[in-house]
Design a protein around this ligand. Structure first.
Ligand code: DGL
Length: 272
């Protein structure tokens, strides 16, 4: 029987921040999560290379029975989602640059955005900025080194706090009242950020909105989502490299949030 599994991918563990929202919204679905650990980080890579990697991951996910794919990576969305939508006959949900909600809510008319180099170069960011934030000051910062810290399991380290302060302090001097997390790895820093950011700063994480959009797309599809007996989620995790951080963070998310990922398997898959 044809399956309808939700595929989700990222350069590494960042997409787990989106998977967590998906599982909480659609707990009875089956998921296949692909972490391209071997090729992480995507941020400094050119668009051609990111399209090549996204294409290989998409083909693998489709072969495994996925009929909807969430590109849970801002950098891959920026570089590859137009290509994927034009070349594969299934729906793709991408990461939305969360500039719009921040621009609508800011009182100081000043917002900060932290993302990768590749994300800032993309058409989506440029379009969203000119559409919604023309009368607002936006302070952009490339978060070099942050993805690597999350991948090394160091999101709550002293090193992470220092690097985040270095990137965000200049924005605070510009009187921002919203900080947009433009990379799916960055919500892992929310506990550290909450500790040092002034209380008037709102952290904007687009993951819940992306999960809602995915639910909407699935509701519009003709075939029902693969339900794994309707009991609990079933997540198959694949990594192109080590699955160690993936396993550790999945367990941590389950413990911290109480959201069960249900039955799960961890596997390695070489892309090329
Ligand atoms: N999680 C990816 C994103 O949202 C990280 C990019 C990277 O690997 O540099 O952009």
């Amino acid at each position: 029987m044809e399956r309808n599994v939700i595929g989700i991918f990222d350069s590494g563990v960042g997409g787990l921040t989106v998977l967590k929202e998906l599982v909480s919204l659609l707990p009875k679905s089956s998921y296949i999560y692909f972490a391209d650990t071997l090729n992480c980080p995507y941020g400094p890579k050119g668009a051609t290379e990111i399209i090549r990697l996204s294409k290989a991951i998409t083909e693998f996910l489709i072969e495994q029975g996925c009929s909807t794919i969430v590109v849970a990576c801002n950098t891959a969305t920026a570089a590859a989602i137009d290509y994927l939508r034009a070349n594969y006959p299934i729906p793709f949900v991408g990461m939305e640059p969360a500039i719009k909600p921040a621009a609508l809510a800011t009182k100081t008319k000043s917002i900060g955005v932290l993302a990768t180099k590749g994300t800032f170069k993309g058409r989506l960011y440029q379009e969203t900025t000119s559409k919604y934030a023309a009368n607002i000051n936006i302070w952009y910062q490339v978060g070099s080194g942050l993805v690597e810290l999350v991948e090394q399991g160091k999101s709550d380290s002293h090193e992470a706090t220092e690097l985040l302060k270095k990137y965000i302090d200049p924005m605070l001097k510009k009187n921002i009242d919203h900080l947009v997390l433009g990379c799916t790895h960055y919500p892992f820093f929310i506990p550290v950020l909450t500790d040092f950011l002034p209380k008037n700063i709102t952290i904007v994480n687009p993951a819940p909105a992306v999960a809602k959009q995915t639910a909407k797309v699935l509701a519009q599809m003709q075939k029902p989502v693969d339900c794994n007996n309707g009991e609990e989620p079933f997540v198959q995790f694949y990594s192109s490299g080590s699955t160690e951080t993936l396993q550790r963070l999945v367990n941590k998310i389950e413990q911290d949030t109480g959201i069960p990922f249900g039955n799960k398997t961890f596997n390695r898959h070489t892309l090329f």
